[in-house]
Each structure stands twice: as structure tokens, then as C-alpha cells.
Design a protein around this ligand. Structure first.
Ligand code: HEC
Ligand code: HEC
Ligand code: HEC
Ligand code: HEC
Ligand code: HEC
Length: 372
């Protein structure tokens, strides 16, 4: 089965009760509360976002559907008519989330169309009316299994493998720019030691099957994958950054940017010297996509950032590492706003720009006293 080829949920949803046949994440939450509570804090739950949908009005609903292939891919999440899109714009303006955060079916402010729930439970778990999932914990029995609800489920080992994530997190090689597609996460993983050691995407992003999907927007997740240490010698101080537990490039996508800054401070705390570096795959569009540079940290790689030729009056060196998860999108939104008329789409893009700004954080900071 090519699980992702035609993600049709079908009309004949298995289950005795309306609750079992309800595809909204709040319905799943009634019986699978753990998964719901983890998923609702993930980017998957926000995939039908203002930054995405705010762009659709000018593109048209058909072109919008091409984007939904990853952001809300089920057949019944697609736009059937232009009106579906117009309705969606005003609903999205009123409701920031596409589901009730408490998982309550009664408190739902309005019955939002399923597309608002983005990469929701049914996207990964329902095909042709049936539930699919990994084999029950601690077993490796596959195939149709009976269960106390929704007519049981079909157990498949595909859920435990990296390939499961590929349709949305890997572009085909035919889209390559300088040999690498804009999204190349699965390939990067295949070339790393993690694929050889059997450490799947799920091992890191769904530990113990938790539906957290934490990534570059989560400071603790990013820290968990990196090592830092400092050294100094005659006239220099250096920061070493190692990618110890990241299964792909850091960062994997062209959209985040990591800034590393070193400041030489005198005894009054004044900045007398400055050094700057960044980790980013920088691309630009000029009739076609081009790569300007690629300074990302590869799995297992260790990079040295050297503050050297320190001036006499420098007594301390301060290193700061900052992450801007949505660096590229900020530029996209700013450009869009330049020639966008007043209206709902503009309001959504403005919100997206504001949200993107709130995602920046300091990953690491250290002060090194100079030994003379
Ligand atoms: C009325 C309660 C109920 C509702 C509602 C419900 N489920 Fe289930 N689900 C169950 C039960 C019971 C099982 C069987 C567990 C077992 O036998 O191991 C199950 C099993 C599953 C499995 C397989 C778990 C595994 O071990 O692989 C998946 C996946 C799943 N459900 C997804 C969903 C999704 C998605 C929704 C919402 C669209 C949903 N369920 C709604 C009760 C429910
Ligand atoms: C149906 C498409 C789809 C599938 C399948 C999918 N993802 Fe995603 N994923 C997305 C989209 C779209 C986003 C971005 C959501 C947003 O921010 O709008 C995302 C975001 C993420 C993020 C957060 C990235 C960040 O910027 O912090 C992680 C981590 C992630 N996915 C991991 C996984 C893993 C692991 C799997 C496989 C188990 C998987 N995804 C399967 C579509 C998918
Ligand atoms: C192959 C799957 C795929 C397709 C198709 C896709 N996206 Fe995404 N999109 C992602 C993933 C994965 C992320 C999160 C990682 C990243 O930032 O690249 C994302 C993130 C985004 C974000 C930033 C997060 C957010 O939701 O605000 C925007 C905006 C976005 N996509 C817009 C679009 C638009 C517009 C299209 C159609 C032209 C599109 N995407 C098509 C996979 C996809
Ligand atoms: C991006 C895809 C994706 C989404 C969205 C998703 N799941 Fe899952 N789910 C998985 C994968 C992959 C596994 C198996 C993980 C593993 O084996 O490490 C899984 C496992 C499960 C299991 C079995 C858990 C266990 O402990 O045995 C249940 C139940 C389940 N999911 C329900 C849900 C519910 C409910 C939602 C929505 C709130 C949801 N899933 C959203 C991909 C997804
Ligand atoms: C060894 C652990 C590990 C494995 C394996 C792994 N990741 Fe990650 N992933 C991380 C860590 C840590 C981060 C946060 C740092 C970063 O952004 O690279 C991350 C970040 C991400 C992000 C955020 C976007 C970005 O630009 O970095 C996405 C999406 C993602 N991973 C998807 C995947 C997919 C898909 C796979 C499997 C092909 C996978 N990951 C395998 C640890 C892992």
C-alpha cells in the first residue's frame, strides 16, 4: 500500500456510534486523550495557519489545494469551490485554533471544517474508513485487529519507520537546487549514522510514541541535540558547537536561521570587538531557485567559532547563540504585505508576521573570563 498516494478517508467510516465516526480531533480525544494532549501543542495542529491561508486568496482555491497536500491533505479537507476558501478566511480570522484545546466536543465554538485542524489525527490514521496504527505496544502482530471501538484497526509497521514522514518532509530529487531539494530531511537522515543505527524520525520526534513532534521551534528540543564547550589560548577564545543528536542538518530547512555572535568586552563591559556567524541554507528566487550558501551543521559535525586577535583591553568574551525559526517566512510576509490590499487576507498575514516574531529565542550564552 502506498499510504500517502491518495489520502482518502472514504465515506464509510467504521464505528457503531456517531462519536466513533466523527473525524475531528476532539472526537479522538474522548478515547485517546494522551495523544490529543501532546498533538495539540505541535506544529502539526497549527498547519492550517494564517501564514498559509492568507496567501491563498490571490492564488485561487485550486492552487491552495496544492499546498494543502501537506498542510491538510485528506480529500475532505480540500477546497471544492472558491466559496470554501472565502468561508475559511473569515473563520480563521475569528478562531486561531482549528479545534477546542480542551478536547471537548460540547465547547467547540463552532463546528469548524476539518481542514482547520491541519495535520490532524485522521490525516495519519484513517484510510478508506478504517483506522491504521502501529502494532500494539510490545507486539509485532500486523494486519486487521479487532478492538473495542471503530471496528478495530489495521496494524502496520510502516508507522515505526522514517519513510512514514517522507511524503511531507522530503521533496523529490527532481526539485533539487544545487543538488539538494528545498526539503531534504529524509535524505539527510539516510546519510547519517542514525539511519544505520535504526534511529528513526519517530525515535526523536515521538519518543515512547508521544505525539509531541517538537522541532526547531522548541528550545529544549534543540538543546537536546547539541553540545557546546569553550576553550582559550594566547589571544583567542573559541566556542565549539557539536551536532550530537540531530538526525539531519541543523537546521534541516531553508526557513530557520541560527545566529552566533561573540563580543569582546573591556573591564567596563563595553563591547570593543565583535564576531558574527550564521547557520543557514540561504536560497533566493530569481526566475528559479538558487542557493547562495549552505553553512548548516551536519549530523556528527563539530564547528569552531573563533574570537581571535583579541585586543589588549578585552577581559571577557561573551558568546550568544540565537535561533530565528521563521526567518525566511518573515521576509515572505513582509513582501506580501507591501502590495496587499486591506481585507481578511492582509489581517491573516499580519498575524502570521507577528506570530513568527514571537518564536525567536536565545539557545545558548556563555561568558569566558580571559586568562592573561
Ligand atoms: C469510543 C472510543 C474511541 C474513539 C472515539 C476513537 N478511538 Fe481509536 N481506539 C479505541 C480503542 C478501544 C482502540 C483499540 C485499542 C487496542 O485494542 O489496542 C483504538 C485503537 C486506535 C488506533 C490503533 C492503536 C494502535 O495500537 O496502533 C488508532 C491509530 C486509533 N484508535 C485512532 C483513532 C483516531 C484517529 C480517532 C478519531 C478520528 C479515534 N481513534 C477515535 C477507541 C476509540
Ligand atoms: C501530511 C503531511 C505530514 C506528515 C505525514 C508529517 N508531517 Fe511533520 N509537518 C507537516 C507540516 C505541514 C508541518 C508544518 C506545520 C506548520 O508549522 O504549519 C510539519 C511540522 C513538523 C515538525 C515541526 C517543525 C518545526 O518547525 O518545529 C516536526 C518536528 C515534524 N513535522 C515531524 C514529523 C515526523 C517525525 C513525521 C513522521 C512521523 C511527520 N512530521 C509527518 C506535515 C507532515
Ligand atoms: C511537501 C509538503 C509541503 C507542501 C506541498 C507545502 N508545504 Fe508549507 N510547510 C511544509 C513543512 C514541512 C513546513 C514546516 C517546515 C518549514 O518551515 O519548511 C511548512 C511550513 C510552511 C509555512 C510556515 C509555517 C506556517 O504554517 O505558518 C508556510 C507559511 C507555508 N508552509 C506555506 C506553504 C504554501 C503557501 C504552500 C503552497 C505553495 C506550501 N506551504 C506547500 C510542507 C509543505
Ligand atoms: C503526523 C502523523 C500523525 C498524526 C497527526 C497523529 N499520529 Fe498517532 N501515530 C503516528 C505514528 C507514526 C505512530 C506510531 C509511533 C511509533 O510507533 O513510534 C502513532 C501512534 C498512535 C497510537 C498508538 C499509540 C500507542 O501508544 O501504541 C494512537 C492511539 C494514535 N497514534 C492516535 C492518534 C490521535 C488520537 C491523534 C490526534 C490527536 C494522532 N494519533 C495524530 C502518527 C500520527
Ligand atoms: C537523532 C534524533 C533525530 C532524528 C533521528 C530526527 N530528528 Fe528531526 N530534529 C531533531 C532535533 C534535535 C531537532 C531540533 C534541531 C533542528 O532544528 O535541527 C529536529 C528538528 C526537526 C525539524 C524542524 C525543522 C528544521 O529545520 O530543523 C523537522 C521538520 C524534523 N526534525 C523532522 C525530522 C524527520 C522527518 C526525521 C526523519 C527523516 C527526523 N527529523 C529525524 C532530532 C532528530
Amino acid at each position: 500500500m502506498n499510504y500517502w498516494h491518495h489520502p482518502k478517508v472514504g465515506e464509510d467510516i467504521q464505528g457503531e456510534s456517531p462519536l466513533e465516526r466523527n473525524l475531528h480531533p476532539e472526537a479522538c480525544a474522548q478515547c485517546h486523550q494522551q495523544q490529543f494532549n501532546a498533538w495539540k501543542g505541535s506544529r502539526h495542529a497549527l498547519a492550517y495557519s494564517p501564514g498559509l491561508v492568507g496567501q491563498f486568496f490571490s492564488m485561487g482555491h485550486q492552487a491552495g489545494n496544492d499546498c494543502l497536500v501537506c498542510h491538510a491533505p485528506l480529500d475532505r479537507q480540500q477546497y471544492k469551490t472558491p466559496k470554501d476558501l472565502v468561508n475559511s478566511l473569515s473563520l480563521l480570522k475569528r478562531y486561531a485554533k482549528g479545534f477546542d484545546a480542551e478536547g471537548s466536543l460540547d465547547d467547540m465554538p463552532v463546528s469548524l471544517p476539518l481542514r482547520h485542524a491541519g495535520v490532524t489525527c485522521a490525516v495519519c490514521h484513517i484510510r478508506d474508513g478504517q483506522r491504521f496504527g502501529p502494532p500494539r505496544k510490545g507486539t509485532d502482530i500486523v494486519g486487521k485487529l479487532s478492538g473495542a471501538a471503530h471496528g478495530g484497526f489495521i496494524a502496520s509497521k510502516g508507522f515505526e519507520q522514517a519513510n512514514f514522514c517522507a511524503s511531507c518532509h522530503q521533496f523529490p530529487q527532481s526539485y533539487a537546487i544545487n543538488g539538494k531539494p528545498l526539503e531534504n530531511t529524509l535524505e539527510e537522515w539516510k546519510q547519517s549514522r542514525f539511519s544505520r543505527e535504526g534511529v528513526q524520525c519517530q525515535s526523536c520526534h515521538m519518543p515512547d510514541r508521544q505525539h509531541l513532534f517538537r522541532g526547531v521551534h522548541d528550545v529544549d528540543m534543540v538543546r537536546s541535540g547539541l553540545g557546546f564547550d569553550v576553550q582559550q589560548g594566547d589571544g583567542w577564545v573559541r566556542l565549539r558547537m557539536s551536532s550530537v543528536y540531530i538526525g539531519h542538518a541543523f537546521p534541516s530547512y531553508v526557513t530557520p536561521k541560527v545566529n552566533i555572535k561573540a563580543k569582546g568586552l573591556d573591564k567596563y563591559g563595553h563591547e570593543v570587538q565583535t564576531w558574527q556567524w550564521s547557520l543557514q541554507r540561504k536560497v533566493f528566487y530569481d526566475g528559479g531557485w538558487q542557493e547562495a550558501s549552505d553553512t548548516r551543521l551536519m549530523p556528527g559535525e563539530r564547528r569552531v567559532f573563533m574570537a581571535n586577535r583579541l585586543k589588549e583591553d578585552v577581559v571577557q568574551v561573551l558568546f550568544q547563540v540565537d535561533v530565528i525559526p521563521d526567518d525566511f517566512y518573515k521576509g515572505v510576509y513582509e513582501n506580501l504585505l507591501q502590495d496587499m490590499q486591506e481585507g481578511t487576507s492582509r489581517t491573516l498575514i499580519q498575524r502570521a508576521l507577528k506570530d513568527a516574531g514571537k518564536n525567536d529565542y536565545r539557545l545558548y550564552q556563555v561568558t569566558v573570563d580571559r586568562k592573561k
